[in-house]
Design a protein around this ligand. Sequence first.
Ligand code: MN
Length: 418
Amino acid sequence: MPMTSWVQVAKDSDFTIYNLPFGIFQSKRLSPRIGIAIGDKIVDLSVLHEEGFFTELSQLPHDVFLKDALNDFIALGKSVTRKVREIVQGLLREENESLKEHQCRGKALVNLKEATMLMPVKVGDYTDFYSSMEHATNVGMMFRDPENALLPNWKHMPVGYHGRASSIIPSGIPIHRPKGQYKDPNMENPDFGPSRRLDFELELAFITGRPTKMGESISTKDAEDFIFGFVLFNDWSARDIQAWEYVPLGPFLGKNFASSISPWVVPIEALEPFRVNGPKQEPEVLPYLQCIKDHAFDIHLEVFIQPDGLKPTKVCTSNFKFMYWNIAQQLAHHTVNGCNINVGDMMASGTISGLTQDSYGSMLELAWKGTKPLQLEEGGERKFINDGDTVIMKGYAEKGGVRVGFGEVASKVLSAKE
Ligand code: MN
């Protein structure tokens, strides 16, 4: 029997009763707090708690939902967070009248469009992987050797680097074009100025929900117990700054000026129906990276560019299932040396590119290093991102009438600060 809700949910809504993502919202009247999205409403969990809907969870602190980040709630563990989601799912079901007919209903349901979404978690540490073979191959072909595009280590470990947490921002907040040093191959000396090759990277990120102690490692088998949920992740990149700075220590100022995320955290439980097997890994990986179950998810992804005041054009259609390295392998590799993780760490997938030219997850690849500009429906052509452009990423999974989506991450690029 399919589940339906007494809250109206449009057919193409990402926020169905099967999803129930967590986020932090505020409004003119309401201080920051934890909500769950359904249709075009937000369920204010603090109201449900106050009215005694969570009494079976005796360990829930009284102010647990009146927080400006999900960290403390997530830290209560999956047994609690899952139960909260289950209770809310029960209350929202068509046949359940306990909230529907309750006097607090008007207070408990807030209109999404009256709310401002904030950062869902305080991100302690941010790691960016490089787990799409198609992306790594494309970049290798452009910048190194077309014959040996993948570096020798790539098929043996999920390559990654430590990014910067301070500049991760929620959807809707504009960014300024970064400035920095660059030196193109044809330049004799480096120059300084606004980046001329500002790019997006289409990624998904998972948020960790359980800490480890230094010295401990997480196995691929246990990895998902440490993962709370996922957000869309636009890993902004300044390609000209990156190309000049990255040798020998890797990404730095070309990457750390901003990353934008979708504000609703889709719990990993909601993605269960969309679990699929990932690409076959050849050569066989080392034992600590081997998996006994599938850890890939069939999530449809799209990127749009919208020039100022004009129509958006879809420039990329990709899928999370293309990733060569999965989330369990990423977390196992990250901790195999004893590196500890905390609640609220963010681990991004790396640019998600597919095999076809319209599935590449960055402008660098879509316009092939500027040699094949993309024609927009309105606003001319693009090799990279212009000032005034808004980059919009969307993602959803759909199967057998069940839809679970992420909403979007949309961010506008402003000119470089004086
Ligand atoms: Mn990235």
